[in-house]
Design a binder for this molecule. Structure first.
Ligand code: G
Ligand code: G
Ligand code: MN
Ligand code: NA
Length: 254
C-alpha cells in the first residue's frame, strides 16, 4: 500500500505511540523533564521512526492531526505523572513549523491544556531552528500568544539550523538545546572547535537568561565536560534513552 494511504489509516486507527526521554539536571542528577518522541507502531512492520514519516506527514498536512494527538497524549501522560507525585516534570513536545501555520494552533493547545488539566508551565514546545526562517509576523505572534498562556519555548538543534542570532531577540525563547553535532566532539580534546562552540552557546544562553540543554550525551567524558562548563541540563543515551511511559516510570523510581 502507498505510504500516504497507510499513514492516513494510521491516523484513523491511532497507530502511534510516544516514547519519553528524560532531561536531567547535571548538578543534582534529578529528572527535570522529558521529551515526547513519536513512533508509528505499524501492525505489520513494527516500530517506525519519525524520520520515516514526519516529512510525509508535513507534506500531506497529516502533521496537524498527528501533532494534536501527540500534544493530547503527552499532556495526559504528564498530568498522570504529576498526580502520581512526580510533580515537577516538564513535558516537551516537538512541533513542526507547518503546525504553526494553522491559524487555530493557539486555541487548539489552550483547549488541550484545559481538557487534560495540565498547568501550561509544564508544557514546552520544541521548535527546530528553521522556524527562524519563518519571518511572517503572524507565526511569531502565535508563539507570543502561547508564551503568554504560560507555555515554554525551546529552540531545538541549536547551532545547526538556519537562523541568525537576530531571531533569539525576536522570539520569546526560554531554552536552547545544543545540537548533538557539537556534543559529539566534546570531552575528547579541550581545544576542539566544537567544544569551544559549546562553551560559547552556554555563555550566550546564560547572558540571555535562557536554560541550556545538551542533546545526545553518549559518554561519561561528555557529561563531565558539560557539567564543568556549567551546562544546566543534559539528555542522551548515556543518561537514558527514550522509553515507553511504563519503563520510564521504573527509571523515575530508581
Ligand atoms: O526519536 P527520534 O530521534 O527518532 O526522532 C527523530 C526526529 O523526529 C527528531 O528530529 C524529532 O524531533 C522528530 N520528532 C519526534 N517526535 C516528533 C513529534 O511528535 N512531532 C514532530 N514534528 N517531530 C517529532
Ligand atoms: O530533533 P530532536 O532533537 O528532537 O531529536 C532527538 C532525537 O535524538 C530523537 O530521535 C532521539 O531518539 C535521539 N537521541 C536522543 N539521545 C540520543 C543520543 O544520545 N544519541 C543519539 N544518536 N541519538 C539520540
Ligand atoms: Mn527535540
Ligand atoms: Na534536537
Amino acid at each position: 500500500m502507498e505510504l500516504e494511504l497507510e499513514l492516513r489509516k494510521a491516523v484513523e486507527n491511532q497507530e502511534f505511540i510516544l516514547y519519553y526521554q528524560p532531561k536531567i539536571d547535571l548538578n543534582t542528577e534529578e529528572i527535570v523533564g522529558c521529551e515526547a518522541l513519536i513512533r508509528w507502531d505499524h501492525p505489520r512492520r513494527g516500530i517506525i521512526s519519525p524520520e520515516k514519516f514526519i516529512p510525509l506527514a508535513e507534506e500531506t498536512g497529516l502533521i496537524n492531526q498527528i501533532g494534536e494527538w501527540v500534544l493530547r497524549e503527552a499532556c495526559k501522560q504528564n498530568k498522570k505523572w504529576h498526580d502520581t507525585g512526580w510533580s515537577d516534570i516538564q513535558m516537551a513536545v516537538n512541533m513542526s513549523v507547518s503546525q504553526l501555520k494553522q491559524s487555530n494552533i493557539v486555541t487548539t493547545i489552550e483547549s488541550l491544556l484545559i481538557e487534560t488539566q495540565l498547568d501550561p508551565r509544564f508544557l514546552e514546545i520544541e521548535i527546530t531552528e528553521s522556524i527562524s526562517m519563518v519571518t511572517e509576523e503572524e507565526k511569531i505572534k502565535q508563539l507570543f500568544d502561547l508564551k503568554e498562556f504560560g507555555i515554554s519555548l525551546a529552540i531545538d538543534d541549536f547551532g545547526t539550523g538556519y537562523s541568525s542570532l537576530k531571531y533569539l531577540n525576536k522570539l520569546p525563547v526560554d531554552t536552547l538545546k545544543i545540537d548533538k553535532y557539537f556534543i559529539d566532539e566534546v570531552g575528547m580534546s579541550t581545544y576542539s572547535t566544537s567544544s569551544l562552540m559549546v562553551n560559547a552557546i552556554i555563555s550566550l544562553a546564560k547572558s540571555l537568561n535562557l536554560k541550556v540543554v545538551a542533546e545526545g550525551i553518549e559518554t561519561q567524558e561528555q557529561m563531565k565536560y558539560l557539567k564543568k562548563h556549567q551546562c544546566d541540563i543534559g539528555q542522551g543515551y548515556f543518561l537514558c534513552k527514550p522509553l515507553p511511559a511504563d519503563e520510564l516510570e521504573k527509571f523515575f523510581k530508581r
